[in-house]
Design a protein around this ligand. Structure first.
Ligand code: C2E
Ligand code: CA
Ligand code: CA
Ligand code: CA
Length: 276
């Protein structure tokens, strides 16, 4: 499980020339990749700080490009959001998570939650709720395992349609978490109003722990806020023992980060479940 992210080579990252023709090239390539099944989900374990066990994972998309190797999401998700391709790509990710969860279940493992990132653009598809329903039924997934990760920009656009979708999905037992918490604009009234079950502390706050006075205070405040609102708190980007110790001491619920594992392919993730 030692394949660190960041050492992958990507032509798209190197090309700073984001001209329309560059984007057109990437757009055409994304369609090809969807058709030829070049996308793959990696899983990063989520560790519960009370038990020390792997209780879940976050599904993160990767692109196995035949010429350019492994391409990271920041190199194609923004473009796919711009072109609208995030809608079919996002469905593929939900569907693949469903298929992978079935495989995990058939191997005899059980997970509490698997986080799937949902882009604000995916709510522009009128079939979002219906399709998620269909995936859950066809893969016989326990709806409570799915946890969609939303960023503040998706939620706080004050969009009635988005809020309605979230409420409908919540009624069938699907959970939501707020990703990159602390980096965007949060309205506390919406936090209370929407069925959000966890806050994920952005890794920029975790990075300077435990030395930065500001960051330790911010993290303590987020944990208190979440617990007062009956939400779970997950810290992202935990890389060191000192960061982990601070989070345990301050009653953070769960962590993700390179200290435990980078995101890995499903087969490797299942090996980790076996060893756990
Ligand atoms: P995110 O949702 O905030 O995901 C967390 C990112 O932090 C991941 O980057 C993960 O590999 C990285 N990470 C995890 N632990 C550590 C650590 O200890 N240190 C550091 N420095 N980084 C860590 P990744 O996989 O490159 O994904 C980047 C972003 O792409 C994600 O950010 C998410 O916004 C987006 N993304 C990934 N998969 C999907 C998807 O299926 N759908 C959508 N809509 N977006 C996705
Ligand atoms: Ca996420
Ligand atoms: Ca995040
Ligand atoms: Ca992010």
């Amino acid at each position: 499980a030692k394949r660190m992210h960041g050492c992958s080579f990507s032509i798209y990252e190197q090309s700073k020339d984001r001209t329309p023709s560059y984007q057109g090239l990437l757009e055409a390539d994304i369609w090809t990749a969807l058709k030829k099944e070049q996308f793959q989900l990696y899983y990063q374990p989520r560790i519960d700080l009370l038990s020390g066990d792997i209780v879940g994972a976050e599904a993160l998309i990767r692109w196995n490009h035949p010429e350019h190797g492994l391409i990271m999401p920041n190199d194609f998700i923004p473009v796919s959001e711009h072109t609208g391709q995030i809608i079919p790509l996002g469905f593929w990710a939900i569907w693949q998570t469903g298929r992978d969860l079935k495989q995990i279940k058939n191997a005899g493992f059980s997970l509490a939650k698997v986080g799937v990132n949902l882009s604000f653009r995916q709510f522009q598809d009128d079939h979002l709720v219906q399709t998620i329903h269909r995936i859950i039924e066809s893969e016989e997934i326990d709806t409570r395992i799915f946890e969609f990760e939303l960023t503040e920009s998706a939620l706080f656009s004050d969009d009635q349609h988005v809020q309605k979708c979230i409420e409908q999905l919540s009624k069938i037992g699907i959970d939501f978490s707020l990703d990159d918490f602390g980096t965007g604009y949060s309205s506390f009234s919406l936090l209370q109003k929407l069925p959000i079950s966890s806050l994920k502390i952005d890794r920029s706050f975790v990075a300077q722990l435990p030395d930065s006075h500001d960051d330790t205070e911010i993290i303590r405040a987020i944990i208190t806020l979440a617990h007062n609102l009956k939400m779970r708190v997950i810290a992202e980007g935990v890389e060191t023992k000192a960061q982990l110790d601070f989070l345990i001491k301050n009653k953070c619920d769960q962590v993700q980060g390179y200290f435990f594992s980078p995101p890995v392919p499903l087969s490797e993730f299942m090996k980790m479940l076996k060893a756990d």
